[in-house]
Design a protein around this ligand. Structure first.
Ligand code: GLU
Length: 305
């Protein structure tokens, strides 16, 4: 299937409020979609209530609004998509591309968290044994063209690394849900942080197993804190200061290698976005991770996390 229209998305997992690194990703996805005259969608990947503070989704959506980033279609919530994920699992089990795995945490730990057992041979799970569902990867040397990083190659080692697509507790996993929704929403281009680069080859196999063409990929550098860690909730990245959206956007443009004029910090959000659209240069995005030093500190007047 050829995608005729550009359709991009920003797909945060609501594990906390938007921070500077996620704004950079959101802005890059938005600019790529806007400059291609395409659609830009927001999808909340709320698959794991145990890791998601209930207020995070509203905080993220509020921050996006304040920063002028409006979804072209109603926002999709993965928590409302369980039947679609279940039917993808049924399809993959039926075609032999997925299998039940009864390995206990202890058994996996004894093998460095990897999957050493022959669960693939079994056609159905023992009725009452708790089990996860794994995707059966194929061994391959996978090659694809990243729109920023160029030619990428990754070897996929089957079985040991077969990803869990449904957890024992019943939760659907990111690897499955992201592919099911990208297919269902007709996403033609995925722009995201390069921390997800390692997932790409596996996801391409999941797309193909579901009968779909993988999207085009563009992986942008992740933003690091002073300690060289990715900005994330786990690393206590401060929430964006929603009272200074234009300044935040200017700093996000700088992180993306763009050259906004200094006076833009005094402009409105719409003016900053209009400038960014008119001057967007994908080739100026730096290839490697970028230190957030001096960027987050000047955009944060308070850190509430
Ligand atoms: N939900 C994922 C995250 O917040 C991103 C999914 C993707 O862009 O593929 O890390």
């Amino acid at each position: 299937m050829e995608h005729s229209r550009y359709r991009g998305r920003f797909a945060p997992s609501p594990t906390g409020p938007l921070h500077f690194g996620s704004l950079v990703t959101a802005l890059a996805t938005w600019l790529e979609a806007r400059t291609a005259n395409g659609d830009w969608l927001v999808r909340i990947e709320d698959l794991d209530p145990l890791r998601e503070p209930p207020e995070a989704t509203d905080q993220i959506l509020h921050s996006l609004e304040v920063h002028g980033l409006h979804s072209d279609e109603p926002i999709r919530f993965q928590s409302q998509r369980h039947p679609a994920y279940q039917s993808a699992i049924t399809q993959l089990l039926g075609s032999g591309k997925a299998y039940p795995c009864t390995c206990s945490r202890k058994q996996l730990q004894a093998h460095n968290g990897r999957h050493p057992f022959q669960c693939r041979e079994r056609t159905s799970a023992p009725e009452d044994a708790p089990h996860a569902i794994r995707f059966a990867l194929s061994d391959e040397s996978c090659q694809w063209q990243d729109l920023l990083l160029g030619s990428q190659r990754q070897s996929v080692r089957a079985e040991l690394d077969d990803p869990v697509i449904q957890r024992k507790e019943g939760f659907f996993a990111y690897q499955l849900a992201v592919a099911v929704d990208d297919i269902d929403q007709g996403i033609s281009h995925v722009v995201r942080g390069s921390d997800l680069l390692d997932m790409t080859a596996q996801q391409q196999q999941i797309f193909q197993a579901l009968g779909a063409q993988p999207p085009q990929w563009l992986h942008i550098p992740v933003i690091l804190n002073d300690q060289g860690q990715k900005l994330s909730k786990q690393n206590h990245a401060p929430a964006l200061d929603d009272s200074k959206p234009a300044t935040n956007l200017v700093h996000a443009l700088l992180a993306l290698g763009q050259q906004p004029p200094a006076q833009l910090t005094n402009a409105t959000v719409d003016e900053v976005l209009a400038w960014a659209r008119a001057h967007w240069q994908r080739t100026a995005i730096p290839l490697t991770s970028r230190q957030a030093r001096g960027i987050t500190s000047s955009t944060q007047s308070h850190s509430d996390r």
